[in-house]
Design a protein around this ligand. Structure first.
Ligand SMILES: Cc1ncc(COP(=O)(O)O)c(C=O)c1O
Length: 436
């Protein structure tokens, strides 16, 4: 691509496009964005002709690689017959087949699928299902949710209330739903007190709690923070004891990101409601699903006013559904989970070794996630990670940080040689940034 092409893209971008999570005057003056024209496998291709390993799998979505030929074909095939039809009074094969396939691989007891468009809406659906269920099944006082401190579940007003990333919730704090927060046990030593806090919050407030909402195992936006699966088991047990719904947010962790298909499998539990998005369509189409048990589904049966009056225009979109169905087929045919295991071990080893690097405070890994904290300021607005980002970009890797957290969440099927290159670039970039 010519330099004129890139210049035009960036000029128009800076004039018109309002970027997410971005202070725009800094962006306009100081950021030289990557102009991406193609993507294939684990790589993004720039207008400058260079390829960049996508360490972030494009906000954690492209789980089987960019433009997987089978996903592109599924999309093309579906687009030739039916691009969209409203799910209002209409059934279509992609949505029906996908729902069956999804329930087939879901944790036990999840047997109904409500479609929406993105991760936030999949959680919003779960919250509204829980609230409406209790409102029309004799427990109107159940209007609060329990969530983990520093959690992240999306950017709608409902999901912002659950979230604990301070800078994301601060402007809206006056208008958020009432939630109760408990600390996640990130180290074994914290487990007893965190379990006690969870138990005490639920025991004291059970009558007013509609649901407990946890990101399963890993708090992604908090900086890839892993917590003890005993917290999920305890949440399940307490929800059973007090007849409260457990909602697992698998938007980031689902589809093998942490090893097993679902991160709640680490705890051997099944939720009452489960939310999936991101990897759901392999990063090809914006789509999400909220899975529910028979009991929740049955709680909406009866008079017309008991229905769930909620839906988005693109609910069950055939293009997204056809692609999502193909993602599940690829997982099976290409043994995606099995083949990711040795790669996950390499990530674990590489991050363990990076602990000794100057400038590194701590490291952690789980499945196809590796993360390290740089020494210095912490929090979402910390700038240290951006130094590593520029070093990595020079070396051909897109390594977007979260504050001072540098992390990799590559495609699960990243080729061995790309993974080697990625891990050595992370190492070299951290070293160079620390030496600056
Ligand atoms: C755990 C979790 N839940 C929900 C969301 C929201 O998803 P979306 O950005 O598609 O609305 C995210 C996004 O990063 C997430 O990580």
């Amino acid at each position: 691509m010519s330099e004129d092409f890139s210049k035009r893209v960036v000029d128009l971008d800076k004039q018109y496009v309002w970027h997410p999570y971005t202070e725009m005057s800094h962006y306009r003056e100081h950021v030289d964005p990557l102009v991406i024209v193609e993507a294939a496998g684990s790589r993004l291709i720039g207008a400058d002709g260079r390829s960049y390993i996508d360490a972030n799998a494009s906000w954690w979505t492209s789980v089987v690689g960019h433009n997987h030929p089978r996903l592109v074909s599924a999309l093309r095939r579906q687009s030739e017959t039916l691009c969209h039809a409203a799910l209002g009074g209409i059934a279509h094969s992609p949505a029906s087949e996908l729902a069956e396939a999804l329930c087939g691989v879901a944790p036990d007891g999840l047997s109904h699928v409500f479609y929406s468009d993105n991760g936030s809406t999949s959680i919003e659906v779960a919250m509204k299902l829980a609230l409406q269920y209790w409102a029309q099944n004799g427990r109107t006082e159940r209007t609060r949710f329990v969530a983990l401190e520093e959690g992240y579940h999306g950017d709608t007003i409902g999901t912002t209330a659950l979230g604990g990333v301070e800078v994301f919730r601060r402007p809206f704090s006056a208008v958020l739903l009432d939630c109760l927060y408990v600390p996640p046990a990130r180290e074994a030593s914290q487990l007893p007190s965190c379990l006690e806090a969870l138990e005490s919050v639920i025991e004291r407030n059970a009558d007013t709690i509609a649901g407990v909402v946890f990101e399963s195992m890993v708090q992604g936006a908090a900086g890839m923070r892993i917590y003890d699966p005993a917290m999920l088991r305890a949440a399940r047990e307490l929800c059973d004891r007090h007849d409260i719904f457990l909602i697992c947010d698998e938007v980031f962790t689902g589809y093998g990101r942490t090893g097993p298909m679902w991160a709640c499998d680490h705890a051997g539990i099944a939720p009452d409601l489960m939310c999936v998005s991101k990897a759901f369509t392999g990063g090809v189409m914006p789509m999400a699903a909220t899975l529910a048990t028979d009991r929740i589904f049955d709680g909406f049966i009866g008079e017309a006013d008991r229905a769930f009056y909620y839906g988005h225009t693109f609910c069950g979109n055939p293009l997204g559904a056809a692609v999502a169905l193909e993602v599940l087929a690829i997982f099976e045919d290409e043994h995606i989970l099995e083949r990711a295991k040795p790669k996950a071990e390499r990530i674990a080893q590489a991050f363990e070794q990076m602990r000794a690097l100057p400038g590194v405070e701590s490291t952690r890994s789980l499945g196809m996630i590796g993360a390290l904290d740089l020494k210095g300021d912490s929090g979402y607005l910390a700038e240290l990670g951006w130094r590593v980002y520029s070093e990595a970009q020079r070396r051909g890797v897109y390594l977007r940080p979260i504050g001072n957290v540098v992390y990799v969440v590559p495609s699960l099927n990243i080729p061995e040689e790309d993974l080697s290159e990625l891990l050595s670039v992370v190492r070299d970039s951290v070293k160079s940034a620390a030496a600056r």
